[in-house]
Each structure stands twice: as structure tokens, then as C-alpha cells.
Design a protein. Structure first.
Length: 121
């Protein structure tokens, strides 16, 4: 006599967890972003590295780099960085923002301020 075992999807997940198999989790956490260059409150001029370090347990899809709300570059490969030509903005205080997006579409960002002085070149 043949016997059949019927297992619902919920029970299958419980069996997988009991056996130590990885379970699938939804990614609901935003990436954690740090601007690593330039330094906050520094004075910059010319072409400078604008870089960020990003932490996300599920990976990072892209990082946008913005100055005063305008995208100046985007990177999809770590280390995340672009070259920013400060001559595209006026001398004075500017807001820099790095915004990271993970594969699930969650976004995280950080912002700093720097002073641009292109007269020292």
C-alpha cells in the first residue's frame, strides 16, 4: 500500500527552518550610507573625489551623488565614488548627498555640507 504525505507550504517552511535551511526574508531595511570624501565642513576646489561607503545585508544596486539636489553622478560598483568638478557650482556653502538603493528598492541617504572655493587653484 502506498502512502502519501501532504505538506502545506507553511509546514514546509517550518521543516526547512528546523533543518537549518536558510529561510527567505523580505528586505525592508534601508541601506546605511556614509560620505567618506570630501569631509563634512571642509573647503574644496577643482575636481574632488565624492565617495560613499554603504552597508546593506542584501547588496547595493546603486549610489547617486548629489550637490544641492542635482545628480552629479551615479555608481553601481563598490567602491562607490564619482569625480565632482566643483567649478560647476559657485563658491560658497553647498549640500552634498549620497543616496543608496538596494535591490528591493529601499533607499538610504546621508548629507553633509562643504564650502567650495575655486579661487585657491
Amino acid at each position: 500500500m502506498k502512502r502519501f504525505l501532504l505538506v502545506s507550504l507553511g509546514a514546509g517552511a517550518a521543516i526547512g527552518a528546523a533543518c537549518g535551511l536558510p529561510s527567505e526574508q523580505a528586505d525592508t531595511d534601508a541601506p546605511i550610507v556614509f560620505i567618506t570624501s570630501p569631509l563634512a565642513d571642509s573647503t574644496v576646489g577643482g575636481t574632488v573625489a565624492f565617495s560613499a561607503q554603504v552597508f546593506d545585508g542584501f547588496g547595493v544596486a546603486s549610489v547617486k551623488f548629489m550637490v544641492d539636489g542635482r545628480v552629479v553622478g551615479e555608481d553601481v560598483i563598490e567602491p562607490f565614488a564619482v569625480n565632482w568638478n566643483t567649478r560647476g557650482v559657485g563658491n560658497g556653502l553647498h549640500a552634498l548627498r549620497a543616496e543608496a538603493r538596494d535591490p528591493a528598492g529601499n533607499t538610504g541617504f546621508t548629507s553633509i555640507s562643504v564650502t567650495v572655493d575655486n579661487t585657491r587653484q
